[in-house]
Design a protein around this ligand. Structure first.
Ligand code: HEM
Length: 411
């Protein structure tokens, strides 16, 4: 049975000792759905550091920072080659059926280095700084729509539209298709959509991205797709399927992740009036606060495939075994973060939300900028806000930890 397939294994593989079996269904676990990060902490406290769960086709989970670092730094043994179009960042648990190669995430070093290089410069902190004004304008337009109402569903009103609109700008997509594309993006990342529908949505998204690529093949503009078309991959330009692979990865990578990182962060502030007031009074504290919110509320988990039999932190893994690296759990690992459940400004340890190693998030500068500008504007304009006492937030599980609804109120 393929890992991440949605079905439960009838028998545990022979090489998995009973003491390492821990029943955890990341899509349906009730404690996960009640509070995803409290569940991550409980996995640190209750489950073996590397455990096998028979759910979703049967696979390993890794929860500790050092083990995840060791795995990520050894791509020869722990490969990313199992990433498919429907898997990466998508929160989807179906077997991979890639129509194209997701770039650069599905490729292992040394080839990965060549595919990653064209993204490094356009997404460097200096380059994305040019988007700051656009992010500020988009944020304010979204705030304008909800401010007077004294309430909003933060997820659908703010967190979802912001990164989609930004992606369209970054990728040079026509803004007259904004509403249509935003709807497709929301459905593509929604937990409520079934697999067949999602496949159809991905085809439509790929179709729109393909049109943008073709348009830029005809005429270059000042955008990422144009830059990538002229990129040099070991002496040649990317092919059309490679361009599609880059575009889809950037689209998926920059959407669901930012939506949920923003939503969990805002939920934290809605429950911590003191911190809200502190950040309003001194916005220069924001970058530090954002880093600690990113640690507390990691959102992406990432898979690896074992390429040969190996012993990992005392656990026998077999060639072909699938692992899910629970980055949000690693942020609650006491061995790496003292008092991990507390919000502590100015921690020096590197959190795992963007992972580490060769695939460490290439969009992290953009993600941080989006969050900084968003919090600056939101805290400046929106009065002290809190969770709607009539409608508590709702969450969902899967590959990624996600918010499905976040009603807020203010006076
Ligand atoms: C808070 C927001 C974000 C989080 C939590 C996040 C998380 C991650 C993580 C954990 C990885 C590593 C996956 C692995 O090790 O297999 C990754 C890779 C990646 N991310 Fe992000 N990401 C975020 C925002 C973004 C944005 C805004 C973009 C687009 C500009 C983006 C594009 C990518 C790409 C292209 C990769 C693949 C890098 C490679 O394979 O070398 N991400 N991200």
């Amino acid at each position: 049975m393929p890992p991440f397939s949605g079905q439960k294994l009838d028998t545990i593989p022979a090489h998995v000792p009973p003491e390492l079996v821990y029943e955890y269904d990341s899509t349906k676990d009730p404690r996960m759905l009640e509070d995803p990060h409290a569940r991550m902490r409980s996995l640190i406290l209750e489950a073996p550091p590397i455990f096998f769960s028979p759910h979703n086709g049967g696979h390993w989970f890794v929860t500790r920072k050092q083990a995840i670092v060791d795995i990520t730094m050894n791509p020869e043994v722990y490969s990313n080659a199992l990433f498919g179009a429907s898997e990466a960042h998508g929160g989807e648990h179906e077997a991979p059926k890639p129509a194209f190669m997701m770039l650069p995430i599905a490729v292992d070093p040394p080839q990965h280095t060549a595919y990653r290089a064209p993204l490094n410069q356009p997404l460097a902190a200096k380059s994305v700084a040019g988007l700051e004004t656009a992010i500020r304008t988009m944020t304010n337009e979204l705030i304008d729509k909800v401010l007077d109402a004294g309430r909003c569903d933060f997820l659908s009103d703010i967190a979802e539209p912001l990164p989609v609109t930004l992606f369209m700008k970054l990728a040079g997509m026509p803004t007259n298709r904004l509403a249509e594309f935003r709807e497709l993006a929301t459905q593509a990342t929604s937990a409520a959509v079934d697999h067949a529908t999602r496949e159809g949505i991905f085809k439509q998204i790929a179709g729109i991205l393909a049109e943008s690529i073709k348009a830029r093949q005809e005429k270059r503009e000042d955008d990422l797709i144009s830059r990538l078309l002229d990129a040099n991959i070991q002496g040649r330009n990317p092919t059309f399927p490679e361009m599609l692979g880059y575009s889809i990865t950037l689209f998926l990578g920059g959407l669901d992740t930012v939506v949920n990182a923003l939503s969990f962060g805002v939920r934290h502030l809605a429950r911590d009036q003191e911190l809200q007031a502190k950040l309003r009074a001194d916005p220069s504290l924001l970058p530090g606060a954002i880093e600690e919110l990113l640690r507390l509320y990691g959102v992406a988990c990432t898979p690896r495939r074992v390429t040969r039999d190996v012993v990992c932190h005392g656990v026998n893994l077999k060639q072909g075994d699938a692992l899910l690296l629970l980055l949000p759990a690693a942020n609650y690992d006491d061995a790496a973060f003292p008092n991990p459940e507390q919000f502590i400004m100015g921690r020096t340890e590197q959190h795992m939300t963007f992972n580490t190693g060769p695939h460490r998030c290439v969009g992290l500068n953009l993600a941080r900028l989006e969050m900084k500008v968003f919090y600056q504007e939101w805290l400046k304009r929106v009065p002290p806000f809190r969770l709607d006492p009539q409608a508590p937030p709702r969450f969902t599980g899967g590959f990624n930890l996600a918010v499905t609804s976040l009603p807020l109120v203010w006076d």
